[in-house]
Design a protein around this ligand. Structure first.
Ligand SMILES: O=C([C@H](O)CO)[C@H](O)[C@H](O)COP(=O)(O)O
Length: 186
């Protein structure tokens, strides 16, 4: 017998992934290629997906930092801040976006609501379908049977993975080269 709730989730992902546009992904890929260094930021579950993305960017040989780590330096002009935020309103992320903007760094965001604070400040917006109680504008409880921002958080993880697949040939990176950079102390 099929696991019914799991089936619901996989059908939602299959349906809503079609609304993520290649144009948004292409603009995001170009912003990454242009950046001197990449800073990745996200909170809670959106942050877990963003953290996984930062790991793959490191595998590609790019200079990448996850915001909040003690080894993360200051951001400057020429750098890119990537923010994953379903609501686009999470306070610490808004604050970091403002800081990045004030230094002349660029911002790319994955978000449900491009009109929310973070989306409005971003140079590149990848719109991800979803709903969240953290933002009344996109608190559409009919969209997904899953609680809170789960659909966004899952789709953002998969979108990040698709961006890595776009970047691999552009950076002439094979899986073997990427794996050679994988942590050897884990
Ligand atoms: O963990 C989260 C929460 O459980 C909602 O599903 C969110 O990812 C976290 O609160 C960050 O929120 P957003 O910035 O709106 O993605």
């Amino acid at each position: 017998m099929k696991a019914k709730k799991l089936q619901i989730i996989s059908e939602e992902i299959s349906k809503y992934s079609q609304y993520v546009t290649q144009e948004d992904i292409d603009r995001f890929v170009q912003a990454i290629l242009k950046a001197k260094r990449i800073f990745v930021n996200g909170a809670g579950r959106s942050g877990f997906a963003a953290r996984a993305f930062s790991n793959r960017l490191m595998h590609l040989g790019l200079t990448v930092y996850f915001v909040g780590e003690p080894t993360t330096p200051s951001i400057h002009e020429g750098d890119l801040l990537v923010i994953g935020s379903g609501s686009g309103t999470t306070a610490s992320l808004v604050s970091n976006a403002k800081k990045a903007k004030s230094t002349g760094a660029s911002i790319a965001t994955l978000t449900i609501d491009p009109k929310a604070t973070i989306g409005s400040m971003a140079d590149v917006v990848v719109v991800i379908p979803g709903a969240t109680p953290k933002n009344e504008e996109v608190n559409n409880t009919n969209l997904s049977q899953q609680p809170m921002g789960s659909l966004f958080e899952q789709l953002s993880w998969l979108t990040y993975d698709s961006v890595i697949m776009e970047l691999m040939p552009l950076l002439h990176q094979t899986e073997d080269e990427m794996f050679s950079r994988h942590a050897n102390m884990e």
